[in-house]
Design a binder for this molecule. Structure first.
Ligand code: HEC
Length: 116
């Protein structure tokens, strides 16, 4: 029993050394979580107050987001949300979010800012 337990622990710890976060973690979950819930739990910590240089979300910041969509494109913003960039951590720290959930959350952020 004890041996099996510590072997499982060793395997779990070895798994933590993988620098690449699982791509489709949670993909088999039936219901995607609502973007507002994901934003409120993970993204607002930085994007609500502009922590760590994060572009803020809200109607006052419509110009920033409209500009980003126009200049960089929506696909680019989704890629930043998934892969991270500078102060933006990969998946915005929602490591069990699917790509689809992150894309929906970016749309939510754009809507909150009145862009699109
Ligand atoms: C630890 C703070 C932090 C968290 C948490 C965070 N972000 Fe960010 N985010 C940033 C920063 C900082 C940038 C600006 C990156 C840069 O300078 O290139 C950014 C940029 C972005 C951009 C690109 C914006 C642009 O103008 O190009 C998107 C989209 C984005 N974040 C989405 C999200 C989503 C979705 C979540 C939640 C799942 C999230 N972020 C959570 C800090 C954060």
């Amino acid at each position: 029993m004890r041996v099996a337990g510590s072997l499982a622990l060793a395997l779990a710890l070895a798994g933590c050394g993988d620098p690449e976060p699982a791509r489709d973690a949670g993909a088999e979950r039936a219901e995607p979580r609502p973007p507002a819930a994901i934003y409120g739990r993970y993204c607002v910590n930085c994007h609500g107050r502009g922590m760590a240089g994060a572009p803020r979300v809200g109607p006052e910041f419509r110009l920033h987001w409209s500009h980003e969509v126009e200049e960089e494109g929506f696909e680019h913003l989704v890629r930043v949300a998934i892969e991270g960039q500078m102060g933006m951590p990969p998946r915005g720290t929602c490591f069990d979010c699917t790509d689809e959930e992150l894309e929906a959350t970016v749309i939510y952020m754009l809507k909150q800012s009145g862009a699109q």
